[in-house]
Design a protein around this ligand. Structure first.
Ligand code: CMP
Length: 136
């Protein structure tokens, strides 16, 4: 059964810097994902470390946190039927070189680090990630 879900999208510094936000949101909206809320902000390294805590033990953790805090990002709450898997399919594989044709990362990603977008990987993490940016 399809279900309405919310997921968190982050437009990363490389994509914000190239003004790709509107083009990326057009892809999302054209695929029946509703932009419920969005804001542009810049986070600190400490905040990036907290956000990416699940990757703490990975060799790329430090670079990843430096990168996410290196410039403005846009965070978006997306809502729609099966939003989590739908948005992950639209993003494509983590590494833009391996991403399927016409996915966001294939179209815009520069490298595995500068891969333009982030998306929640499960319902549980979507709730946590949305709260991280939108709970006041
Ligand atoms: P994201 O979906 O934001 O989740 C964690 C990020 O780590 C991922 O996108 C990549 O940008 C980054 N990353 C860097 N190196 C790797 C790697 N070897 N495997 C997975 N993710 C990586």
């Amino acid at each position: 059964m399809n279900k309405t879900e919310q997921t968190l999208s982050i437009i990363k510094p490389d994509a914000v810097e190239r003004n790709l936000g509107e083009d990326i949101k057009k892809i999302l909206v054209n695929n029946n994902l509703l932009v419920k809320d969005s804001k542009k902000l810049r986070i600190s390294k400490d905040e990036a470390e907290e956000f990416y805590r699940v990757h703490q033990s990975k060799p790329f953790y430090n670079d990843l946190c430096n990168y996410l805090s290196s410039g403005p990002i846009e965070v978006i709450i997306l809502e729609g039927e099966d939003a989590i898997i739908k948005y992950r399919r639209l993003m494509g594989a983590t590494d833009p070189k391996k991403a399927e044709k016409n996915t966001i990362r294939q179209l815009y990603g520069l490298s595995i680090d500068k891969n333009s977008v982030h998306g929640s990987d499960s319902l549980e993490n979507a709730k946590k990630e949305i709260d991280f940016f939108f709970k006041d």
